[in-house]
Design a protein around this ligand. Structure first.
Ligand SMILES: [Zn+2]
Length: 247
């Protein structure tokens, strides 16, 4: 776990941002339960001190669509893998098992974003869309945006075939081939994401790495490890509004 992240209860918190920016930014772990269960999700939102009627999350389809969310009580935004908002107290929601939950914040214009990034979403440019959305809707400048990667399948475990490897082989460090034929090619998806973010103008020193690998670390749900339908949830909200947000 890097210094930016800390364990608290059954969640990993982006403590550095919670302290610096007055936000709630966390990802649940297995002991919190399967967050695709609406009852368990609702209990988690309340336990986090967030307003159970003020969250937004769409049907995740590994696309590149990012939608701005402004109105409270929005519960579904259709098919979308990312959301941005400037509304205090409104929580953004992404389910993951091995994909990367990407947190984005523009502290200057007080805007946040949360994105679901698997290899297909990265290939399609989901984080590029997220930076463009922050810029278009909230006048964010990429050089001022901070980014953090939540727990996901790390390069230690992300074995891929030639089809997926070929998508990312042009990005230095994203694909590693072992000289031993019995070992499979591995993908470092966060390297690919970093490359795209830096091309957009995000500063390297403003990108926080993940607290761990969902496959190696048993405290996370992992589709690759367990072929499970269960998911952890990433929640991201700015303090304020009608709900109370721990910060
Ligand atoms: Zn691993």
């Amino acid at each position: 776990m890097t210094g930016a992240w800390r364990c608290e209860g059954h969640c990993v918190h982006l403590g550095q941002w919670e302290n610096a920016f007055g936000v709630f930014a966390a990802v649940t772990t297995r002991p919190s339960g399967n967050m695709k269960d609406p009852g368990i999700f609702d209990r988690q939102v309340r336990a986090a001190g967030l307003d159970p009627h003020r969250w937004a999350g769409g049907q995740q389809v590994h696309g590149r669509r990012v939608v701005p969310v402004a109105r409270p009580r929005i519960k579904e935004k259709g098919r979308t893998d990312g959301m941005v908002t400037q509304s205090p107290g409104l929580a953004l929601r992404i389910f993951t098992a091995d994909c990367i939950p990407v947190f984005l914040i523009d502290p200057v214009h007080r805007a946040i974003g949360l994105v679901h990034a698997g290899w297909r979403g990265v290939q399609k440019g989901i984080v590029t869309t997220a930076i463009q959305s922050l810029s278009r809707h909230y006048h964010s400048r990429a050089g001022e945006v901070c980014v953090a990667f939540g727990p996901h399948m790390g390069a230690c475990c992300y074995e891929v075939g030639v089809d997926v490897a070929s998508v990312f082989q042009g990005i230095p460090g994203a694909v590693s081939r072992s000289p031993r034929p019995e070992e499979k090619t591995k993908l470092n998806l966060s390297v690919a994401l970093r490359s795209q973010l830096e091309k957009m103008g995000v500063r390297r020193d403003k990108i926080i790495p993940a607290p761990g690998c969902t496959v190696c670390d048993q405290k996370y749900f992992s589709y690759r490890r367990d072929r499970t339908d269960e998911r952890q949830v990433a929640l991201f909200a700015m303090a304020g509004g009608r709900g109370t947000v721990h910060s």
